[in-house]
Design a protein around this ligand. Structure first.
Ligand code: ADP
Length: 433
């Protein structure tokens, strides 16, 4: 019974209280930036850097895998943070969505990890959703290609807890643990997972994860099970002044790579428009766009599970090559849909904010906010699903009432951008890659 409860503790984004804004107010915790919190720190702007990966003095096996991945130059966040991470410094790292934060912790921990050390696991990575955990495991696999003795395992809710117990008991030599906090906290509490030898503790999307009280409590359980002396690395594209003191509780004398000005978080390579439209007119507009626009892959965001179901079913039944993903689905189904989209078997995804952060699907070049996001963080993360690593993209937000208008103008104010009404004639070269 206790085991069952533990396995159901996982939370998804839709459970997050900062997404729903009942009184129509917006941006209540987001209109400031982390650098105000520590003025003396390094200010990093995310952009593609001209340094070489070989300058980072990495193991030849890693350099080979980086080359195979097609990475030519480290992005600025990578060039700045990988050397600090390899030195063992704690890190609080903010950089634009899609500019390679994942590789910072994957490459640096693989560089430092010694699989022959009998004291394992030495790396733990926490992520807020199962899809992100899955994606991060894939990145570890990608870069450990020539380091075959390094082992990793994934732990998240929605699959049998007993399987995790067997997995851990059969493999005491696991080097890297990746998972969502609910399941990992349960494994720690039940004394199945021992973390006494962890040397690197990583929280991705840390603002989201630490902001949410129940998730923070789960993270604390895991954190407290690790040794006091370890490296802690925290990552997000959005770090508000409010979340920084909480982040600081986890790190010691960290290197901070922060963005000093919200305008610098703007994804300039993504063309951004809005459409003023009634709720009743949305579907017809969307169908017209799907029928007339050229795109590689497209994500359509809605605000609730019900709306995802309604729109996803409609598109599927009308023969659009679409999938949907939301927290109301079985875990196995969710991962299958994610993989279907990732592998390009489907070109259209209808999603809730479950898919709004961190997900990296290279070919997505159009994002549609079928429902207007409630705040500017949500907007930024959603449109950042397109135009990954500086590729071109288009983002269109449908605005149907006064709250939507307010929310969109808050986005424009915060990022100092002008989102124009969609023109009649669209220049598709602006988002063709
Ligand atoms: P973030 O976490 O900052 O949003 P990701 O780590 O998901 O970004 O990286 C976004 C995309 O960019 C991924 O597809 C990744 O493989 C790719 N990428 C990351 N770093 C590089 C690089 N140096 N060169 C080329 N592509 C990169």
């Amino acid at each position: 019974m206790a085991l069952m409860q533990a396995s159901e503790e996982i939370l998804d984004y839709e459970d997050a209280d900062d997404v729903v804004v009942p009184n129509g107010k917006h941006d209540h915790n987001l209109d400031d930036h982390a650098l105000d919190y520590m003025q003396e720190d390094y200010v990093g702007e995310a952009s593609v850097h001209t340094a070489e990966f070989k300058d980072l003095m990495l193991k030849p096996e890693l350099l080979r895998a980086i080359q195979d991945a097609g990475f030519k130059h480290p992005s600025e966040v990578q060039a700045n943070c990988i050397p600090k991470a390899v030195l063992g410094m704690d890190l609080v790292c903010q950089a634009k969505s899609g500019f390679g934060k994942t590789a910072v912790f994957v490459i640096s921990t693989l560089q430092e990890l010694d699989p022959s050390d009998p004291n394992q696991p030495s790396v733990i990575v926490l992520l807020p959703t199962r899809e992100l955990a899955f994606q991060t495991a894939a990145q570890f696999k990608r870069f450990k290609k020539y380091l075959p003795s390094i082992t990793l395992s994934l732990f998240f809710g929605g699959i049998a807890y007993e399987k995790d117990i067997t997995n851990i008991r059969n493999r005491p030599d696991l080097n890297v643990i990746i998972g969502t906090p609910g399941r990992l906290a349960a494994l720690v509490r039940d004394k199945i997972l021992k973390l006494d030898h962890v040397k690197h503790f990583i929280i991705d999307e840390c603002d989201k994860m630490l902001h949410q009280e129940d998730m923070r409590a789960q993270i604390k359980v895991i954190f407290d099970a690790t040794p006091a002396k370890k490296q802690v690395m925290l990552f997000s594209a959005t770090l508000s002044k409010k979340i920084m003191p909480i982040c600081e509780e986890f790190v010691q004398d960290p290197y901070r790579h922060l963005v000093d000005d919200c305008a610098k978080l703007t994804l300039k390579h993504i063309v951004q428009y809005y459409v003023k439209i009634t709720e009743a007119g949305k579907l017809e507009w969307l169908i017209h766009i799907l029928d007339t626009l050229e795109y590689n892959q497209i994500i359509i965001f809605v605000n609730t599970v019900d709306r995802a179901q309604m729109l996803g079913t409609h598109l599927f039944e009308n023969n659009y090559p679409s999938v949907m993903i939301h927290s109301g689905m079985e875990q196995i189904e969710r991962l299958a849909r994610y993989q279907q989209f990732k592998s390009f078997s489907s070109r259209i995804m209808v999603a809730t904010d479950l898919f709004g952060r961190g997900m990296d699907i290279e070919r997505v070049n159009i994002v549609i906010n079928y429902d207007c996001p409630f705040n500017s963080d949500q907007y930024l993360h959603r449109i950042g699903r397109g135009g990954r690593f500086n590729r071109k993209g288009l983002a269109v937000t449908l605005v149907s009432d006064e709250n939507d208008c307010k929310n969109l103008s808050a986005v424009q104010d915060r990022f100092d951008i002008d989102i124009a009404p969609i023109p009649d004639e669209l220049d598709e070269t602006l988002w063709a890659n």
